[in-house]
Design a binder for this molecule. Structure first.
Ligand code: TYD
Ligand code: MG
Length: 458
């Protein structure tokens, strides 16, 4: 029975089957399952053949504080990036940076590498996708060609680890991208789940033993042709996604998982001709080009982590020619829109059952906070009635199914940001917990009917 073990692995989510099938039951992807030859894990193999079984060392928890202090963070020098990682790269940690192809991952990491290298840290940039000359061309475009970053075009993990372990270990090593890497410990073709996982395992081991912070770039693909970075998400210390809209020039860096820092912070960048520029005041960017006199727009005072962020919510309500009116949402949860529409109908008598409803968060931002309910409702009522909302007002508050407007966290920070940007008043829940020290006059609303009456009064 020397037949090598065949498995069928979903290239999108990593689920393993013993027969081929057209559709993955775990992630519902079609044609994502590919035959791979065994040897799934480098750690597998008969235990008895391992060379030695040295005893593990046990440390007392309370005595470790000194060692932790010895492993500080290395700030990248790019404030928006450091905010997301929690103050810099932790020594020996591994970050997965995921994002659509072309979003700017290589650009961001080249800028971070150069910033770090200029502070005389050793930084290695390993590209498996581009030749060294191409990476240099990008650096020249970014005006960073003079930075002492070590470049290599290499895809074999064993070679990479051998190169990086020569001399003093780098403070930061970038692997662009994990999908192009292959390790000799695994037989499968490069780009398959087994290879991606095996390569990631070796690189993670390198990070932990050398103390080098490693960033793995992972392309997110929808067609499942190359293994998605999801298969390594649980192995790394932090997962950061780089998001953006092809039609817009700004990009958002968001921590999805972070063992050493917050997960609710975002970093905002603008893609310019000379690379990514930090956006220290994103509210001004998201509110740029606002049409003050148009009905159907409301400014939402939102929070992303500890940072307040003002965005414009746009609604268009128009009589529908269809039996089933359209509901189209960009940047918000369609289920929450349905709920707000139902509450408006049930508690304020606003019937939108024969209207098409379009909702858009301006600038391409994606909002997840329920606190946006009130701004959405205001924009909808304003569009339906054709009455513009006051241009100097911001809105925030969660709407309950009873129509009550419920308090939300961090009201003070939201109000201060609104005042900083020249807003004169806030329509918000009747709230406690603001500590009195408010940024601007607040008009508190108890019920959705207060909002509707306010919009009608102009
Ligand atoms: P890139 O970093 O190569 O994306 P990724 O590594 O995520 O695939 O960025 C590619 C895009 O960014 C490309 O469409 C060109 C654009 N770009 C700029 O607009 N300005 C620049 O300075 C650079 C380097 C790239
Ligand atoms: Mg790239």
């Amino acid at each position: 029975m020397a037949r090598s073990h065949q498995t069928f692995v979903c290239q999108s989510c990593g689920a393993v089957y013993n027969r081929w099938r057209g559709r993955c039951e775990a992630c519902n992807g079609w044609n994502t399952i590919v035959e791979e030859t065994g040897g799934a894990s480098p750690a597998a193999g008969p235990v008895a053949t391992r060379p030695s079984r040295a005893k593990g060392r046990i440390f007392p928890l309370e005595g470790l504080s000194g060692e932790v202090k010895d492993a500080p963070r290395t700030p990248s020098g790019i404030a928006e990036l450091d905010r997301v990682t929690g103050g810099g790269f932790v020594r020996g940690s591994v970050i997965l940076l995921g994002g659509d192809p072309g979003i700017g991952k290589s650009t961001l990491l080249m800028q971070a590498s150069a910033a770090l290298a200029r502070r005389s840290e050793r930084v290695a940039y390993i590209s498996g996708e581009e030749a060294v000359g191409q990476v240099r061309m990008r650096a020249e475009r970014l005006g960073l060609a003079a930075a002492p970053v070590e470049l290599a075009a290499e895809t074999n993990v064993e070679d990479i680890v051998a190169t990086l372990t020569q001399g003093r270990p780098p403070a930061l090593a970038i692997i662009d991208s994990i999908q192009t890497m292959w390790t000799e410990t695994v037989e499968s073709a490069p780009g398959t789940v087994t290879q991606v996982r095996g390569s990631a395992q070796s690189l993670i081991r390198f990070a932990k033993t050398s103390g080098t912070a490693v960033i793995l770039v992972g392309h997110v693909t929808k067609d499942g042709q190359i293994a998605g970075p999801r298969v390594v998400e649980h192995m790394v210390d932090a997962v950061v996604s780089f998001e953006g809209d092809q039609g817009h020039h700004f990009r958002i860096l968001r921590a999805v998982k972070n063992r050493f820092g917050p997960t609710d912070e975002i970093g905002v960048f603008e893609m310019m001709d000379g690379g990514l520029a930090e956006v220290p005041n994103p509210s001004a960017l998201f509110l740029a080009g606002r049409d003050l006199a148009a009905p159907g727009t409301a400014v939402f005072a939102g929070m992303e982590g500890t940072r307040p962020l003002l965005v414009e919510i746009q609604a268009l309500v128009a009589p529908s020619a269809l039996g089933m009116p359209r509901r189209a949402v960009v940047g918000w949860d369609p289920n929450r829109l349905s709920m707000v529409l139902a509450v408006l109908e049930a508690h304020a008598g606003i019937r939108l059952g024969t209207h098409d409803v379009y909702l858009n968060v301006a600038g391409g931002l994606r909002i997840t906070e329920p606190a946006a309910d009130l701004a959405v409702a205001a924009a909808l009522v304003s569009s339906l009635s054709g009455t513009p909302l006051p241009s100097d007002a911001v809105y925030f508050g969660e709407i309950g199914l009873s129509g009550a407007i419920r308090p939300v966290a961090q009201a003070t920070a939201r109000l201060k940001e609104a005042q900083k940007l020249g807003f004169a008043r806030a329509l918000m829940p009747q709230g406690r917990g603001d500590g009195g020290e408010r940024g601007l006059p607040a008009e508190s609303l108890r019920h959705i009917t207060d909002l509707v009456a306010g919009v009608a009064a102009g």
